[in-house]
Design a protein around this ligand. Sequence first.
Ligand code: HEM
Length: 507
Amino acid sequence: MYNSYTRSYNEQKKLTTSTGKVVDNDQNSLTTEKPAVTSLNDMNLLEKLSHFNRERIPERVVHAKGGGAYGKFTVTNDLTKYTCADFLSQVGKETEVFVRFSTVGGEKGSADTARDPRGFAVKLYTNDGNYDIVGNDTPVFFIRDAIKFPDFIHTQKRNPVTNLPDPDAFWDFFSLTPESMNQVTRLMSDYGTPDGFRHMDGFGTHTFMWYNNSRERYWIKYHFKTEQGIKNFTNDEAVELAGINPNYSVQDLYDSIKQGKYPAWTLFVQILTTEQAMNYKFNVFDVTKIIYEEDYPLIPVGRLVLNRLPKNFFNEVEQAAFCPGTIVPGVNLSPDKMLNARAISYTDAQRHRIGPNANQLSVNKPRCPVNNYQRDGDMSMLEQGAPNYYPNSFRGPEPNILVTPPSYEVEGMLARHPMKVEPIDFEQPRKLYNEFSAQEKEHLIYNISVSLKNALSNIQYRQTALFYITDVDYGTRVANKLGLNLDVVKTLATMSEEERNAKTMKK
Ligand code: HEM
């Protein structure tokens, strides 16, 4: 109830319950005098305690720890002959963005400098709806079939018995998954411990489709190049910093934007025609491989600048929902089976983590009109009413056949086709290893040794055999650093995958 006493306060600042009632006292519960027995009629106390009990939502099952900011994307190059995407339709065109960076394996409170890929998720609020590019700071990934993803993530998280990180599981999975070698070599180099989020590149990682107004298809890869320059920590610096400031990257992003030092990235694409994609030396839809820049050079697209901090971390960063399947006309997914599965997995996770109406929250809400027949569910804030069905006679929203993306051919049997590990799978990690400077190689071997030495001996041998297959010098140096018998490593390296795995199973 208002009275002259409460009215004397600044009306803007009055403390209220969530239903707007002015709170008379926020320091003392409503009780009897002696002894003090709490009354159930203290609605302020009840609301505070019960709301508090519901403050947490499940953290992201992966990429739980991160930071984010808003900014803009500006087109710098006319690529309309490759895509009719509205946000790329004119040089100088600006689109609002929200970007979230993250580590992958750790929990929400984990250290930012952990050895891990970094998430690099970009939401473009285009006139044609949101477009999410949900990538990492690495151009490749560990696996190429989504059916392996839950197993892979289990090995990077805590052991279900000890609740501790498990070096056996970590290396067991990699050593039994040789297609991971390209990404493992990056992860174990100093690229695995970037100096904050500002000093790293971002990649769409998969190959995506672009199509133009004539419905001609192209296959493209995204590269966001940092304008701050690449900077990485050594293993020892990263470990030390994890203790001194576990929030190093989140703080670095926040502080730099607060100080007006707006981080920026230049976006490039590699573009292939369908014929070039089909005739490339390997499967361009295999996410464990890069497309060589000497074959398909980087073409500039635009510039991404982050210049605005969220007002409320929980609302805007924690509840942000990205999905690789969130695309706009002019862009499409591709015949990459892992991308296809990712496209359904993220919104499923978000219906559990945030709720079915996550896209009504300010950070996720498209800036263009949203019209459909979906209604209700937890926390709906929809203003639309009837009709809630289609077709109808009331001039409700209609689909537009003109936005249908071009189709592409598929052939063959529906079956569980394996993507077998072939010698070509070792070509790129070999090239990468040999591109490293002497110091980078030394750090790589050291970083591997401090981690792999904690795994069981048979796993150390199996993994080192993979390093040896990748490159003799690489494998030899890891073996020597770990004190392994090089002859045994060599013998394992000459075996077939099945023989090597059988030989190194636990007795
Ligand atoms: C089959 C493989 C994969 C599956 C099933 C998968 C699944 C998921 C799921 C369920 C989430 C949490 C979503 C949420 O709660 O909002 C997530 C987050 C994320 N994933 Fe993946 N993922 C896969 C591979 C990848 C790859 C290859 C990349 C990068 C190239 C990637 C980048 C990310 C990023 C950046 C986030 C965090 C997005 C954010 O900041 O909210 N994931 N992933």
